[in-house]
Design a binder for this molecule. Structure first.
Ligand code: MG
Ligand code: MG
Length: 246
């Protein structure tokens, strides 16, 4: 749906809180830090900014961020696992301001990482930006997925199919969904005032996934690395406006 100028302003504010959560957790990622400590750092940002968490209690999720290391794709529950040199870690953050949602994720290395891990992170982020560039009024929504898929597959990586981007506003996950691949048709026509979370999940090996017994952590079937980048973006008369940046 199309958001009013007032609604977009609230989403801009929520986006800034999410960006601040990114900045604070990024600065804390190093060997020895636990995933729960990263969650606490993000929770402090939410509290300091007078925001609310959209992740906490979402279908029973017990934390304010998702932490997904190495072969975990998304939705990891923060626990007392310590990050180690050479790991990669995907961190997904969200916040609500005055009833409006922001949602964004990044993957980074812990200390020195392997060349393939470095390439995966670079390509996943690049694929997200290629998708974001498609968020122009008059364009068709599924051009996002086509652009993401082109970047990922040209690098020899695969696109996760079971988890996708989404519209966002007064709920975190609104319709329509935004596949990260070409689903065979153009989809809805984009209009100024629409807001989406674009979030490619890209694997080094096959695209296949499975879910841990905790019901949350999504893993690569083959145990290979996965990365995840996400921003919340509005379609404006001047092209895409990314809300989840400082
Ligand atoms: Mg997210
Ligand atoms: Mg999302």
């Amino acid at each position: 749906m199309r958001r009013s100028a007032d609604e977009l302003n609230k989403m801009r504010k929520a986006g800034k809180v999410v960006a601040e959560m990114h900045e604070a957790t990024r600065a804390a990622v190093k060997p020895g830090v636990t995933l729960l400590q990263l969650n606490e750092i993000a929770a402090e940002v939410i509290a300091k900014r007078g925001a609310r968490s959209n992740f906490l209690n979402y279908h029973g999720f017990p934390a304010v961020i998702c932490t997904s290391p190495n072969n975990m794709i998304v939705h990891g529950i923060p626990d007392d696992t310590k990050l180690r040199e050479g790991d990669i870690i995907s961190i997904d953050c969200g916040a609500i301001i005055e009833g409006y949602h922001g949602d964004a994720a990044y993957t980074m290395g812990v200390g020195e990482i392997s060349p393939v891990a470095k390439k995966l992170i670079e390509i996943t982020e690049r694929s997200m930006w290629a998708g974001i560039e498609q968020l122009k009024a008059g364009n068709r929504l599924h051009e996002v997925g086509r652009a993401v898929q082109n970047v990922a597959e040209a690098a020899g990586f695969s696109v996760v199919r079971e988890y996708v981007g989404h519209a966002i506003g007064t709920a975190m996950h609104e319709q329509p969904q935004v596949p990260n691949y070409w689903p065979g048709s153009g989809g809805p026509t984009l209009k100024t005032g629409m807001v989406f979370a674009i979030e490619p999940m890209i694997n080094v090996g096959t695209a296949d996934t499975y879910v841990l017994d905790d019901g949350w952590g999504v893993m690569t079937q083959d145990g290979e690395l996965s990365a995840h980048f996400e921003h919340t973006i509005a379609v404006t008369d001047n092209g895409p406006e990314v809300f989840t940046v400082l």
